[in-house]
Design a protein around this ligand. Sequence first.
Ligand SMILES: *Cc1c(COP(=O)(O)O)cnc(C)c1O
Length: 476
Amino acid sequence: MNTSRNFKELLKSIPKTDKILQKLPGDTPPSLKLRICRRVLDDIRHAILSGNLQDISSLSIEEVTERIRRELQRAVEPSLKPLINATGVVVHTNLGRSLLPEELFEPMFRIAANYSNLEYDLENGKRGSRYSHVEDILCELTGAEAALVVNNNAAAVLISLETLAKGKEVIVSRGELVEIGGSFRIPDVMARSGAILKEVGATNRTHLADYERAIGENTALLMKVHQSNFAIVGFTRSVSMANLKALGDKHGLPVIEDLGSGNLIDLTPYGFIHEPTVKESLEAGADLVSFSGDKMLGGPQAGIIVGKRKLVDKIRKNPINRAVRIDKLTLAALEGTLRIYREPEKALSKIPTLKMLSMSQEETKLRAENLRQALAALGLNDLDVDLTETISRVGGGALPLQNLRSTAVTLELKKGTGDGKSGVAGLERELRLGDPPVIVRIEDDRILMDVRTIKEDQFTLVAECVRKAAVKLGLD
Ligand SMILES: *Cc1c(COP(=O)(O)O)cnc(C)c1O
């Protein structure tokens, strides 16, 4: 037990700041050294006063300095870092969603390192528009009259509603009042935009007559929202864009659609459930469509708004546009991604998201065999390395019912080695805390590494990460 004398003794034994600072590496910024040193010493003082630190030997200058050195190391490394996604979830929102095509790195770098014509019209030597760099190509790819890009699709929906329906009613089916995750819920975004949500129909069934009955003096818009991350199956009914458009025309109301993921090419030839592409949605009559740049499109984070010029122009002039405007690096990446879409075949091979989504099970099998061999070459006796069929997911709140048949490499601890911290959960943890981190799934007491989302040239790196994790756990 701690007596007050012990407290005093322990507190007095804490090494002095200036002594510690002398021992820390000279190449780290002094302000950072001081900050971390103070923080660690504060933690130590708290630990002593709360009775959690009683071992005086842990207060030696060597021990304390070592602890500070470790924290310094962590502080000088970037916090945001690459990792290996072995989950098989292609558009993984927690893991950065979409990977940019490699051929965009150089153009992005050139825009980052130089002045550019971001908002400068070179032809006329006058101020230009940052949106001009992608508007034409977006219209070309989607058949729209006009286009605008903002920070993300959440912003696209917010600014569209604020511009076109503030203080007025927007009619949406009860089957489409989706929550995307985080705090993005259609009813809440609607409220924030100042628009009034008028929900119609039932969760599973909404008819055209439901919309029609809800139209009144104060109606501004008819809106469709892509269900994205859920599906209603069984006794269901929803109203098509074409029918909604006919109703809108009858009452002089624009029809807008939040498409969520927003595909530019039809993926049904690759075994995908049919989804309306942006072009199809516009052809069916949508006056305005918004979608994400970094979901199935496979580009940078952005919100893309396409549709009738009159509506797009109004949104562009909304002062909120400045608050949600797109950054120049994003713009460079988006322009590059969209250019690739001019040749759909090229898009499928060059845009990582599309490449991973369209990968056949046959190909995943071949890749998994390569990874299995890299792992087998480690010669770890305590680990069984095998292959299993598995299902990858599209992710990003898109196509929840789409099963992507894939292959995973499994790691299983041999009987008798799975106790204590070297259990399969321990292995998952070590892989996650490794450098680079490897994020895996656990199923049936095995580690699953779905090869669909692992780059082929990283297989040896993955094997090396497994070796390091195994060493940490004392596996043979
Ligand atoms: C994902 C999604 C959003 C939000 O898009 P972000 O680009 O993540 O901001 C909005 N609406 C729908 C229907 C979505 O699926």
